[in-house]
Write a protein that binds this ligand. Structure first.
Ligand code: ZN
Length: 241
């Protein structure tokens, strides 16, 4: 089985198109989306429609929840709040109820798909360091948990001695190890690399690879500016911050 895993699209249709075009060459059996389909970018409805058509394996993210009123935007900075209000006004009724229906987690045997942390209670915490990852490994029942949320691709592994390591973004799965894999962001990368991020997980080859793809950043920026969304949401796409 080959999984194509995407996350944090944030209404960036140009980035989503580029990623899906690359994934169409990857012999994917199951697509999974780890949430934040909307927020920040100018094409929330188009991105929701595309993802909904692509797969049933879609998880809710915090920006999806804020856009549909399931969570408040208190934790957001002013720009993110403005973008969330714009998105809420823009979403069609059909897409609003679709986003409301998304689950917070989706287990699949030894694998778990969530937006922010394995426990996922809708508190939307970040896992940024081996130390933070270690706390989640202690309670993680699955062998591999795929996450998004921070927009920074990173792989944490717990070896058979309980030691937590940071691996490269292209690795082979070992039988007695556990993994927390952040697949990065399609629509707003924040690791200094502006290219869209996604992951391919092959259960037979026992490999995970996080890949990057260039997309038409200028077009996405123009749309954000034309929509009257905060300018910073356009600017940051050029730097991947
Ligand atoms: Zn996000």
């Amino acid at each position: 089985m080959r999984y194509g895993i995407i996350s944090d699209i944030h209404g960036n249709l140009e980035a989503l198109h580029a990623v899906l075009e690359h994934l169409s060459q990857e012999r994917i059996d199951r697509y999974v989306c780890l949430g934040d389909l909307v927020g920040y970018g100018a094409n929330p409805n188009e991105c929701v429609a595309l993802v909904r058509e692509l797969t049933d394996w879609v998880i809710a993210g915090n920006h999806d929840w804020v856009a549909v009123g399931l969570a408040d935007s208190r934790a957001f900075n002013p720009h993110a709040k403005n973008a969330a209000l714009w998105t809420a006004r823009c979403l069609t009724e059909e897409h609003r109820s679709y986003l409301c229906s998304l689950p917070l987690k989706r287990p699949d045997g030894e694998f778990l798909f969530v937006h922010s942390t394995p426990e996922e209670h809708g508190r939307w915490r970040y896992i940024l360091s081996p130390n933070e990852a270690g706390k989640h490994f202690d309670t993680l029942n699955a062998q591999i948990c795929f996450i998004g949320h921070s927009h920074r691709p990173v792989v944490f592994a717990q070896d058979d001695d309980g030691q937590v390591l940071v691996l490269g973004t292209d690795f082979r799965i070992k039988p007695n190890w556990k993994y927390i894999v952040n697949v990065g962001s399609v629509g707003q990368p924040r690791d200094g690399d502006p290219r869209a991020s996604y992951a391919v997980f092959d259960t037979e080859e026992t490999t995970v690879e996080i890949k990057r793809v260039r997309y038409d950043i200028e077009k996405a920026q123009q749309k954000i500016r034309r929509a009257g969304l905060p300018d910073i949401e356009a600017e940051r796409l050029a730097y991947g911050e």
